[in-house]
Design a protein around this ligand. Structure first.
Ligand SMILES: [Zn+2]
Length: 204
């Protein structure tokens, strides 16, 4: 397995519709394994193939035990239906350290094929619905900034994010944000803070 380089805001592959997967072959299986490893490496909960420069309709999602028993590997995923509204923080590995509230449907039914070619249907709600819809957006060349209504926020924050991307690409700062381990432990120790941490946005 390998850690893949991420494509960042401004890369053309992120703004075009990805092509359907025609064959589930060894190349796709390898991509799936590398994408999962890369997603964990960069501390994401979802990753779409265009985010690693591959313009194919394939995503991986792992929102954790609360939502799923094992990581999802979804070939040609489609949104069948959505329902309700949720409003909450969102981030994206291709838009480093930029988080803001985004409106999404509260529930979504998604169908896809798994890596054996078997059809699967996911009835998702809450954060899992958000993650799946965010990743499927990527396959349509849509970034979550397009779903942000606060134009002023974008005008203010996008140049900051672009500078961060420039620094990542030039090696001035690491692609994986560095966390203070003591702080993480402290969060786990304190119930209130753990609860607060749950509300924090996770990049997908
Ligand atoms: Zn994303």
């Amino acid at each position: 397995m390998a850690i893949l380089d991420l494509k960042y805001y401004g890369a053309q592959v992120l703004t075009r519709a990805a092509k359907p997967v025609k064959h589930i072959d060894r190349e796709l299986i390898k991509l799936a394994q590398d994408m999962l490893e890369s997603m964990y490496h960069y501390h994401g909960v979802g990753l779409a193939a265009p985010q690693v420069g591959v313009s194919k309709r394939f995503i991986v999602v792992d929102c954790g035990d609360e939502f799923q028993e094992a990581p999802y590997f979804l070939v040609n995923p489609e949104v069948v239906s959505t329902e309700g509204v949720q409003y909450g923080p969102e981030g994206c590995l291709s838009l480093p350290e930029f988080f803001t509230d985004v409106e999404r449907p509260a529930r979504a039914v998604v169908k896809a094929l798994d890596l054996r070619g078997a059809p699967i249907t996911i009835n998702a709600e809450g954060f899992l619905a958000r993650a799946l819809l965010h990743e499927i957006d990527h396959l349509n060349g849509v970034l979550f900034t397009e779903r942000v209504e606060d134009e002023q926020l974008l005008v203010r924050e996008i140049p900051v994010m672009k500078e961060r991307i420039r620094m990542i690409l030039s090696g001035e700062i690491p692609a994986v944000p560095e966390y203070d381990e003591d702080e993480v432990l402290h969060l786990e120790e304190t119930a209130d803070m753990a609860e607060a941490a749950k509300d924090e946005a996770v990049p997908v």
